[in-house]
Ligand binder design. Structure first.
Ligand code: EPU
Length: 335
């Protein structure tokens, strides 16, 4: 366990916002959480900081950031058609995907190159190219800071939905995820239905695991800014889910508007398209802007504060609402 006070966050958040945290505690072994939360100075206000890829600090964080550093991947079960691995929260998501692809295991490849840590993946049920983390998550291990117990939840118990789970709802501010079990398939099961993925895979010679991974990485690199160069947190907004009647009315005016089926009676719209057509793609406001190749992404050109990003986010939300009457909400966690 390592503990730091008044710690700079610039290198710990992909937006590269220059803020500080009052305290950061790193844990390697989940048992260390027993000690951390049983102590006299146990954190009252805390937040789990994974890779810092889906977070926006809008000021100094006065509480304690809890940062998992365990990086183990262990095979737990295997049969003719599948393999189950337990992956510690501190493992880089894409290292886990690479581990699976190298071993001929199917299920994670469409989620290649998503920035972040494994511990963060169940929280917002990360997704891309027609796949979501929930499709391969079998069980999530956690420390419950209310009962001070270690426990686990099955996939069903996590209540996964589009960019949503129990960890963003009932267990928000309560659970610290320590490891995740993933079940991967040994049987080829390419999932190429999304957008231009199939064409990119064919141009590489067909649907092998390696080709799908390379295609996904190439598409992401072409659309999404590299956080090492331009601070950002991936999609800043969620794709809004609206009543079908709202989607139908918009489609009557904008027949080329993308929309996808969601839960019964509702449709999911593309926030990127709405922002783009509201004229905000490439819009710059001082040191922040809307990415010129993917309107869902807000970027820090350098020196931005969290407040600058929030002001831009509000301007984007207003522009979309003024044109389409649809409210878009941040996907990024704002602290
Ligand atoms: N579009 C535009 N202009 C834009 C951006 C998008 O017109 O500037 C249109 C596209 O042409 C397309 C539609 O909007 O018709 C959807 O766009 P895209 O296919 O790029 O995907 P997305 O719905 O915008 C989601 C995820 C991404 C993920 C991609 C690929 C969310 C909020 N975002 O984006 O996730 O990589 O699908 O599957 O669900 C992330 O979460 O950080 C992230 C990057």
């Amino acid at each position: 366990m390592k503990e730091y006070t008044n710690h700079p966050l610039r290198a710990l958040n992909s937006f590269h916002v220059d803020e500080y945290a009052a305290r950061i505690i790193e844990f390697d072994n989940p048992d260390e959480l027993d000690t951390i939360f049983a102590r006299e100075n146990a954190p009252e206000q805390w937040y789990t900081l994974g890779g810092g890829n889906n977070i926006l600090f809008t000021g100094r964080y006065e509480g304690t950031l809890i940062h998992p550093t365990g990086r183990g991947i262990e095979v737990m079960a295997e049969d003719d058609s599948s393999l189950t691995i337990r992956v510690e929260a501190g493992v880089e998501w894409d290292d886990m995907v690479a581990w699976c692809v190298e071993r001929g295991l199917w299920g994670a490849e469409n989620l290649s190159l998503i920035p972040g840590s494994v511990g963060a993946s169940p929280v917002q049920n990360i997704g891309a190219y027609g796949a979501e983390a929930k499709d391969i998550i079998e069980r999530v291990y956690l420390f419950d800071t209310h009962t001070l117990q270690h426990c686990s939840l099955s996939n069903d118990e996590c209540h996964f939905a589009y960019r949503d789970s129990i960890f963003k709802r009932e267990l928000r501010g309560r659970a610290i995820i320590t490891a995740v079990d993933f079940k991967l398939s040994k049987i080829a099961s390419p999932n190429l239905g999304y957008g231009d993925l199939s064409r990119e895979v064919e141009s590489r010679g067909g649907a092998t695991l390696q080709n799908i991974r390379e295609a996904v990485c190439a598409i992401r690199r072409s659309k999404l800014p590299d956080t090492a160069i331009l601070g950002n947190a991936g999609s800043f907004f969620k794709n809004p889910i609206v009543e079908s009647s709202v989607a139908d009315a918009l489609l009557a005016s904008y027949p080329d508007m993308p929309s996808y089926p969601a839960t019964e009676g509702r449709r999911k719209l593309a926030a990127g398209w709405l922002i783009d057509r509201a004229g905000m793609k490439g819009h710059r406001q001082g040191s922040v802007g809307v990415h010129d190749r993917q309107a869902l992404v807000l970027v820090n050109f350098g020196g931005a504060t969290g407040g600058d990003v929030m002001a831009l986010a509000a301007a984007v939300q207003e522009a979309v609402y003024a044109k389409f009457g649809v409210r878009i909400e941040p996907e990024v966690n704002v602290l």
